[in-house]
Design a protein around this ligand. Structure first.
Ligand code: SGN
Ligand code: CA
Length: 523
């Protein structure tokens, strides 16, 4: 063990109270906190009841916040899987860690949080979705899904080669994680375990146990489901519309498989994700979907009726995958509780980004708009980390690495761009002294869903975005007045001053983070 931060050492179970022991605090305290970091794929705040109770209940995820804190304003720096994972592991924006989009390979030889944690005496393990193309480095244990991985009977890549598993991916990742904590690690040393779920990624395949859930529920349609994208050029030109047959595929995404029906993505479903299921899984699946398929083709829906039918199916399937996730997170919490580990472990729950649940008529992510730039972030804290309840200051996924290093009592290297959230957890921060703006940059264009390149700044109240590359288009939103981001105020009379301030802040951030794009166009 290199360095131990005595303030964070937890009391050894079974010992007398601190005050009654003459040996002082250090004599009674042993190791730094364990870290259990649980990250889902595409799980968004609208589908987590501690953030939003309109749609579903997530009692186990809510247990995490109840025993600690909920970040009301947690965001990512580039709303897409690989780049988000690279930001987590490096504490740096995409242009610094080199993983700008899902197609580039992550350089695993660079400085990473797991490497630094190992140096601080931590055991490190990575289980589940990895999505960085290169092999994991500096983990004592890893078993990862290839690429996006599969919902049913998934293959895992391990240092010893590929392994096949039978069952549902969320159950399997949870089993592996509990098994690692119980049987594989050295119980004398602290650990950092990354549990990275595949759920709730497209094409939202429920486990067989939860297929019948939410079928009678009618999900509330977002107020801006029929957005006309007025004044927002990039928003008008994406390919992530629920209503569009091209974007949201009736067979692959909504499982309306039928002989003779061929769609853009039906082959991937029929010969891929559906074909992977074993006979028992297929039997349960068909029993559930066949009557829905019959009704759907008989109804021959068109226009808005079809769009809203697609929305309801999408919401139901997504919600089912979250139910399984919630139960599996509950199993991890129960394990930690039953093994008296809640006082020596910090549990972090988040997602690789947010997601659209019909807002603007969309699914998917990528945009700097609220639903996809934000991410759920809750933490269960041991009692000596005093903060409880909601935290409203701005947090970003580049903050995870420095936070983990701070928890471990390790030095935070100067080139890390995020900041430690630990002072917030100790309730030692005056929000006035916290950062006032966040930087964002999305690069993956042209690509699936066709969201244009953009960068921008988000402050507590405003957001300024510049879409560039094939266009040159600015957007300004007042989040206090327009949280749905429907009214682009850029260039409107009365907003000259705030635009000037935000452009100056954007330039500051680009300089601070050393992102070479620094054009500031006149208003
Ligand atoms: C797949 C999905 C996309 C999704 C990307 C990135 N298409 O390509 O809808 O945007 O992953 O998602 S699919 O037909 O293959 O499901 S990410 O979360 O991994 O970045
Ligand atoms: Ca994702």
């Amino acid at each position: 063990m290199q360095k131990i931060n005595s303030k964070l050492l937890y009391p050894l179970a079974g010992l007398a109270t601190l005050a009654s022991c003459g040996g002082g605090e250090k004599a009674e305290l042993a190791k730094p906190l364990n870290i259990v970091y649980i990250m889902t794929d595409d799980h968004t705040r609208q589908m987590m009841s501690s953030y939003d109770n309109r749609h579903i209940e997530t009692p186990n995820l809510d247990r995490i916040a109840e025993g600690g804190v909920l970040f009301e304003n947690a965001f990512v720096c580039n709303s897409i899987s690989g780049p988000s994972r690279a930001a987590l592991l490096t504490g740096k924006h995409s242009h610094k860690n080199g993983k700008m989009d899902n197609h580039t390979k992550f350089d695993g030889d660079q400085q990473t949080v797991q490497q630094l944690l190992k140096g601080a005496g931590y055991q490190t393990a990575m289980i589940g979705k990895w999505h960085l193309d290169s092999e994991p480095t500096n983990f004592d244990f890893w078993e990862i899904l290839p690429g996006q991985g599969d919902y049913y009977n998934p293959v895992f890549i391990t240092p010893e080669g590929n392994k096949n598993y039978e069952g549902y991916v969320t159950d399997i990742i949870t089993d592996m994680s509990i098994d690692w904590m119980e049987n594989e690690r050295d119980k004398e040393e602290p650990f950092c375990l990354f549990i990275h779920h595949k759920v709730a990624h497209r094409n939202w395949m429920s486990d067989t146990t939860h297929l019948s859930l939410y079928e009678d529920k009618v999900f509330e349609l977002p107020g801006n489901f029929y957005d006309d994208y007025e004044g927002r050029i990039a928003a008008a030109e994406q390919e992530m519309s629920i209503a569009s047959d091209h974007d949201m595929d009736i067979v692959n995404d909504l499982k309306m498989m039928r002989e003779g029906v061929e769609t853009r993505l039906s082959g991937g479903y029929i010969h891929g994700t559906y074909a992977r299921m074993n006979e028992a899984q297929k039997a349960a699946w068909d029993k559930h979907y066949n009557p829905i398929i019959e009704q759907f083709y008989a109804a021959n829906l068109k226009g808005n009726e079809l769009a809203e039918w697609k929305y309801q199916r999408y919401m139901r399937d997504y919600a089912k995958t979250i139910k399984s996730l919630d139960e599996n997170v509950g199993r991890v919490l129960d394990y930690l509780e039953q093994n008296d580990m809640l006082e020596n472990t910090i549990i972090i729950y988040t997602s690789d980004q947010g997601f659209y649940m019909g807002e603007h008529g969309w699914f998917d992510k990528r945009f700097m708009y609220e639903e996809s730039m934000s991410t759920p972030l809750v933490m269960h804290l041991p009692s000596h980390l005093k903060k409880r309840g909601n935290i409203s200051v701005l947090a970003q996924n580049i903050d995870f690495a420095p936070t983990m290093l701070d928890i471990a009592g390790a030095d935070i290297p100067e080139d890390i761009q995020g900041v430690s959230l630990l002072p917030l957890l100790k309730d030692e921060v005056d929000p006035k002294d916290w950062r006032k703006s966040l930087y964002y940059h999305f690069y993956e264009f042209p690509s699936e869903h066709m969201v244009k390149r953009h960068y921008g700044v988000r402050t507590e109240r405003y957001k300024l975005i510049h879409f560039y590359n094939d266009i040159d288009s600015w957007e300004l939103f007042d989040l206090q007045e327009d949280i749905e981001e429907m009214h682009n105020l850029y260039g409107k009379p009365g907003y000259e001053e705030i635009t000037k301030e935000l452009k100056a802040e954007l330039k500051n951030l680009q300089e601070k983070y050393d992102d070479p794009i620094r054009e500031v166009y006149p208003l």
